[in-house]
Design a binder for this molecule. Sequence first.
Ligand SMILES: *Cc1c(COP(=O)(O)O)cnc(C)c1O
Length: 405
Amino acid sequence: MSEPLMATYHRLPVTFARGEGIWLWDTEGRRYLDALAGVAVCGLGHAHPAVTAAVCEQAGQLLHTSNLYRIAEQERLAALLTQASGMERAFFANSGAEANEAAIKLARLYAHRRGIENPGILVAEHSFHGRTLATLSATGNRKVQAGFEPLVQGFVRVPYDDLEAIETAAANRSNIVAVLIEPLQGEGGIRLPAADYLPRLRALCDRHQWLLMLDEVQTGMGRTGRLFAFEHTGIQPDVLTLAKGLGNGLPIGACLARGPAAELFTPGSHGSTFGGNPLVCRVARAVIETIQAERLAENAATQGHYLLDSLRTALAQFPGVVEIRGRGLMVGIELDRPCGALVQEALAAGLLINVTAERVIRLLPPLIITRDQVDLLVGALAELIRGFLAQEDTELRPKQSGAAL
Ligand SMILES: *Cc1c(COP(=O)(O)O)cnc(C)c1O
């Protein structure tokens, strides 16, 4: 065997050669509707002219200098992001996991500053925070952790959307210093908490002087119909992490903070060689400016409503569909059975989707999607789900009758 790549991924048997808007073309020239956007990364779609221009202009000027020097593009992006989010200061990393690592390190510094030597960070069941050792330890999915023990200490797990569990954890321990949580869970199966969950969690954090650290790596950058998902709730986090949609395909992560959390890092306490280099920061600025100029968060809200309504209408008669839920263009269709096989069937039909938490079809289309394209997506997907459920039912029947014979 001369397989040159490590076997970290289950890859589908397709290679894409180019993209435009919500469309991708494979190396055979076949076209696909991309309802996943590289897992919530390409919010502006593929080959958006503003992104292409930013990449080309900056690549022709300067790619990298290191953080030993001032970086004008990094300062501009920090100003734009903090202004848009109500946060105060930014640290730039290269991925979602790294953005969360920075948040976790902030929580640890915050604790030690207050004389708490063995701090705990509350994290949720079914959460996903990344694949580095600290972030997989924070993640609420055993599959992500198995084989990598010993895990990083200091995470206290509670059920998602359950404030009583958090109250209990607080009553039993004096070492909690922060909560790290997704405003709605992505990998965990597009789970939305009750409308008052985040406001009440905010109040609890204030009462206990905990940092409220929101992982918006997937929900941020317009995905849920607002630039940041926390804007739906009227609260403000102390720490906010971003990545996926921030660079539209260039690797960049950000950890934003305000209040005491914004003052904790000092020279030498954290850093990254590539973090915040001129290229990624120039492109991320173009992404934000385009989201604002083209009102793409508003489009995500409008098309997201239409997508949910259309799916509910189209799938209403299917008994195998348990629930259709989501916010903006982050939508899950939960079936009553594992449906990973649907991904390959959709691919064969020219549609890119994802299945998470085994039974939840996940849609994360580009924020630029139009109403007509939503119609195309729903038409194709309803047909696939109908076929999938029917085929499973007929596969079951002969087996049962065979056993009877
Ligand atoms: C994808 C994701 C991460 C990890 O991001 P990477 O860039 O893959 O490290 C962290 N948190 C959430 C909520 C995510 O969806």
